[in-house]
Design a protein around this ligand. Structure first.
Ligand code: ADP
Ligand code: MG
Length: 367
C-alpha cells in the first residue's frame, strides 16, 4: 500500500481543457471519492492515475515512485470499471487470476490468492461458473476480486456500482466500505452520486468543469460548503437558496429582518448575498425566525414530508432558478408530519445560526 500524490495535473483534448490544475495528496490507506456531475473530468483523472491516459502536464507519485511516465502495468495499481470487462469464455476463477497469470505468478500462488479473495467476497461457490451465469452483483464482485488478487498499492474504481439496481447498489456500497476497512488499501473511487460519496469517503473531492471545488471529509463538506456549487451538490433535497441584499448585518427573508451569522456582517452593507438554508433545518411551528406560508405542494414519504413553498419575489435568485428549481422555491423537510393539505396556511421556522451566506456574484462562502 502507498499514498498517492497528484500535483498540478492538467489535461486537454485539442483545445478543450478537461482537467485544470488538479492537486491532491492521498494518505496511505485512505478512501477518497471524486464526485461531480457527468463530464467534469472524474474518469479522465482516474485514467491518468492508471496510466491509461497521459496528462498534458503535472506529476503523479505513488509511494516514493514518480510514475508520471510509467506504463499502466508498471504502476502496481488495480482498476475496477463500471462495465466489469470480464472474459466471457473464462471461469470466475480464471477471470480473477488472469492478470497474475500474465505476470507469470506461480500457479499455486494464484490459486491461493483467488481462493482468499473469493472467500472475502463470498463468491467461493461460483469459482467454476462463466460470467454469463452470474447476476450483475456477482459479476461486480468478480471484478473486485480480480483487483484484490493483484494485491496492489491502490485500487481505482470508476462508478463500479452504476450497473446495479438500487437495492443492490446500497448493499454493495456497504460491502465495498467493509472491504476497505478490512484490507486498508488506498482507494480512489469515482461517482456522480453524492450519497455514495457521503457514505463511503474518508475525504471527498468535489469537481466541476475540471476544477476541484473543495476537498474535505463528508461531515465538513455538509456543514461548511466552500461555495454555492458544493452547497447545492451535497445533500438531498438540496440546500435552499434565497437572494437578498445585506443591510446593517441583516437581510430580509420572507419579509423579516434576519441577522446574518457571519463575522463582521456589517461590512457586507449593500452587497447582494445568497442565503442557504438546508430543508432539514426548517421546522413546523414556532422558532427563532418564524413565518407563515401557504404550501404549493406537499410530498408525503410516510416518515417525513417535503413542503414546497414559493419564495417571495424579493428573495428569488436574480438570473433565474437552477435546474432543480432551486432559487424560486423553498423546500422544508419535516419529520413526524401531520397530514395537512397543500394551500392551507402553515407556520415554518428556522434558527438563523443555521444559515449559510454566499457572495451572489462569485458564489464563494462568506464566514
Ligand atoms: P466524467 O467521468 O466526470 O463524466 P470524463 O472524464 O469522462 O468525465 O470527461 C471529461 C470531459 O472530457 C468530457 O467533456 C468529455 O467529453 C471529454 N473527453 C473525455 N475523453 C475524451 C477524449 N478521448 N477525447 C476528447 N474529449 C474527451
Ligand atoms: Mg466517468
Amino acid at each position: 500500500m502507498a499514498g498517492i500524490r497528484i500535483e498540478n495535473v492538467t489535461k486537454s483534448y485539442g483545445g478543450l481543457a478537461v482537467l485544470k490544475d488538479f492537486t491532491l495528496d492521498i494518505a496511505d490507506g485512505e478512501f477518497v471519492v471524486l464526485v461531480g456531475p457527468s463530464g467534469c473530468g472524474k474518469s479522465t483523472m482516474l485514467k491518468i492515475l492508471a496510466g491509461l491516459e497521459e496528462a498534458s502536464s503535472g506529476k503523479i507519485t505513488i509511494g516514493e515512485r514518480d510514475v508520471t511516465d510509467l506504463a499502466p502495468g508498471d504502476r502496481d495499481i488495480a482498476m475496477v470499471f463500471q462495465n466489469y470487462a470480464l472474459y466471457p469464455h473464462l471461469s470466475v476463477a480464471r477471470n480473477m487470476g488472469f492478470g497474475l497469470k500474465m505476470r507469470g505468478t506461480d500457479k499455486a500462488e494464484i490459486t491461493r490468492r483467488v481462493a482468499d479473495a473469493a472467500k472475502i467476497l463470498g463468491i467461493d461457490h461460483l469459482l467454476e461458473r462463466r460470467p454469463r451465469a452470474l447476476s450483475g452483483g456477482q459479476r461486480q464482485r468478480v471484478a473486485l476480486g480480480r483487483a484484490i488478487v493483484r494485491e496492489p498499492q491502490a485500487f481505482l474504481m470508476d462508478e463500479p456500482l452504476s450497473n446495479l439496481d438500487a437495492k443492490l447498489r446500497v448493499h454493495t456500497r456497504a460491502e465495498i466500505s467493509a472491504l476497505h476497512k478490512r484490507l486498508r488499501v488506498t482507494t480512489i473511487y469515482v461517482t456522480h452520486d453524492q450519497i455514495e460519496a457521503m457514505t463511503m469517503a474518508d475525504r471527498i473531492v468535489i469537481m466541476k468543469d475540471g476544477v476541484v471545488q473543495q476537498i474535505a471529509s463528508p461531515d465538513v463538506m455538509f456543514r461548511e460548503p466552500a461555495n454555492l456549487f458544493v452547497a447545492g451538490f451535497i445533500g438531498s433535497p438540496g440546500m435552499n437558496f434565497l437572494q437578498a441584499k445585506a443591510t446593517a448585518g441583516k437581510v430580509r427573508l420572507f419579509g423579516q429582518e434576519v441577522a446574518l451569522p457571519v463575522a463582521n456582517a456589517g461590512l457586507l452593507d449593500g452587497r447582494e448575498v445568497v442565503v442557504g438554508l438546508r430543508p432539514e433545518h426548517i421546522a413546523a411551528g414556532a422558532g427563532p425566525v418564524a413565518f407563515e406560508v401557504a404550501p404549493r405542494l406537499i410530498e408525503s414519504l410516510g416518515s417525513e414530508q417535503y413542503v414546497y413553498v414559493d419564495l417571495p419575489e424579493e428573495n428569488r435568485r436574480r438570473g433565474g432558478a437552477d435546474d432543480d428549481g432551486r432559487g424560486h422555491s423553498l423546500i422544508a423537510r419535516l419529520l413526524n408530519p401531520d397530514g395537512r393539505p397543500p394551500g392551507e396556511k402553515l407556520t415554518l421556522s428556522f434558527d438563523p445560526g443555521r444559515l449559510h451566506v454566499f457572495d451572489a456574484a462569485t458564489g464563494e462562502v462568506i464566514r
